[in-house]
Design a protein around this ligand. Structure first.
Ligand code: URP
Ligand code: ZN
Ligand code: ZN
Ligand code: ZN
Length: 470
């Protein structure tokens, strides 16, 4: 019987090497990788293109409720459409427990939001914001067994943060259940203190968010999270690491043999805190407000070092989209936010531009190899979060999740070409060399030459195994 699909003549790239070969697909799986594959119902000519495992974005926020009435600009449909356009085949959004609510109930609601609406495959990390005895004793252990094998905890934000004793309690559950904990490491009291001081001296523009969320507070919390992980003997992931100071804490821990994994994101190589100034210390800066905030050029250089030397394991978007305008004060530009940076919704869109930015700034500019690119954006997140080898690899038996890259294609990032629900991109005008030209999800082409050909319902939910690193 013929194959469903043959991808012919491209250069296959894995996390460790590159070689020219054809790929044969049947029933949504890779069934053959060899020199010549001819007998297929559909053939894609990949001559001159790079053939990579589809992007796995390990950090995405979709349809998360906020405490102040602002609304995330992407739901599961627009968010996964944007992901597909940007060369991704799997994303990991969060199922957020709101304080006072059952975590299990919240997870069920995220499934309802996602069901039938996704264009790429999806799996959920949990966010634990209210570790009651019921959550720690029953809900979390049961959820891990059901395939939600990672959860995020916050050290700041009033409506999400855990105290140190709560962090330790959650870490103990993670150890028993072999779940992987992701930590948002920023020191809450330090941020509150700096915020009050800035406000008292009239410094309320969006720019001052970058000063309130100081790298010192990030460094301190990173160390505190690592200490708690060491005490409770668990591996942890420090997510969205912004610069040299927190990186050094991670390196310090690793030298002592601790299992600390690290993630960084496009905003820390492509933006700086100066972007938060907007045009002239004006409200435009709100378009770049995220936490931790982008740092400076020296910070970017440090992040590149870390991407090269293995300090970073994964490169994710931290896609957290808000409209700039929005209607009825649901966007970043709302009356509260105009009174102080502390009310500007935190987060920026980036699921569609993550891969092009790292490819262009990293691979095309000679800072990282294309194999390292694959490791950071697909293979490592799949392994870290229990999706490997089904996702993140081009081997026989894996899902046929494939992205074709044109190394030569140049493009300028423009809001009008993107598919997300936000009304702006923080990367407007950025020149990119190297662009994904076809995204294939389990054998079906869902994007070709920038046009999304997939439809909602193509994406499926993936339950996950325990992390490869536990
Ligand atoms: O500012 C950000 N990153 N918002 C998204 C939520 C988070 O902390 O990752
Ligand atoms: Zn975070
Ligand atoms: Zn995030
Ligand atoms: Zn389009």
């Amino acid at each position: 019987t013929p194959l469903d699909l043959a991808i012919r003549g491209g250069t296959i790239v894995t996390a460790s090497d590159s070689f020219i070969a054809d790929i044969g697909v049947r029933g949504g799986k890779i069934v053959q990788i060899s020199e010549t594959i001819e007998n297929a119902l559909e053939t894609v000519d990949a001559t001159g293109l790079m053939v990579l495992p589809g992007g796995v974005d390990g950090h995405v926020h979709l349809s998360q409720p906020t405490s102040d009435g602002t609304v995330m600009a992407d739901d599961f449909e627009s968010g996964t459409r944007s992901a597909a356009a940007g060369g991704n085949t799997t994303i990991l959004p969060f199922a957020l427990q709101e304080k006072g609510r059952s975590l299990r109930q919240c997870v069920t609601e995220y499934h309802e939001k996602a069901e039938g609406n996704c264009l790429v495959d999806v799996s959920f990390h949990l966010i634990v914001s209210d570790p009651t005895p019921q959550v720690l004793g029953q809900e979390l252990p049961a959820l891990v067994k059901d395939g939600y094998t990672s959860f995020k905890v916050f050290m700041t934000y009033d409506d999400l943060m855990l105290t140190d004793s709560q962090l330790l309690e959650v870490f103990e559950v993670a150890r028993r259940e072999k779940a992987l904990v992701m930590v948002h490491a920023e020191g809450h009291d330090a941020i509150k203190h700096m915020t009050r001081k800035l406000e008292e001296s009239g410094k309320t523009a969006p720019y001052y968010h970058a000063l309130a969320h100081s790298e010192i507070a990030e460094r301190e919390a990173t160390h505190r999270a690592i200490s708690h992980a060491q005490l409770t003997d668990i591996p942890i992931v420090i997510v969205h690491v912004s610069g040299r100071d927190p990186m050094e804490q991670i390196q310090w821990a690793r030298k002592r043999g601790l299992k600390v994994f690290a993630e960084t994101c496009p905003q820390y190589i492509a933006l700086t805190k100066d972007d938060l100034q907007g045009l002239n210390m004006d409200f435009e800066g709100a378009k770049y407000v995220c936490s931790p905030p982008p740092r400076d050029q020296a910070g970017q250089d440090a992040i590149w070092e870390g991407l090269r030397d293995g300090t970073f394991d994964i490169f994710s978007s931290d896609h957290a989209p808000f409209q700039f305008q929005g209607s009825n004060n649901t966007g970043k530009d709302n009356p509260n936010a105009r009174t102080s940076f502390k009310w500007v919704p935190n987060g920026i869109p980036g699921v569609e531009t993550r891969l092009p930015i790292l490819f262009s700034e990293g691979v095309s500019k000679g800072r990282i190899s294309i194999e390292r690119f694959v490791a950071l954006t697909s293979t490592n997140p799949a392994r870290l979060y229990g999706l490997y080898p089904r996702k993140g690899s081009l081997v026989v038996g894996a899902d046929a999740d494939i992205v074709l890259w044109d190394r030569e294609k140049t493009a300028t990032i423009r809001q009008q070409d993107l598919h997300h629900g936000a009304d702006y991109t923080p990367y407007e005008g950025m020149e990119i060399t190297g662009w994904p030209v076809r995204t294939i999800l389990r054998g079906k082409t869902i994007m070709v030459d920038g046009e999304v050909t997939g439809s909602k319902g193509d994406g499926a939910y993936c339950s996950r195994e325990i992390s490869d690193f536990i």
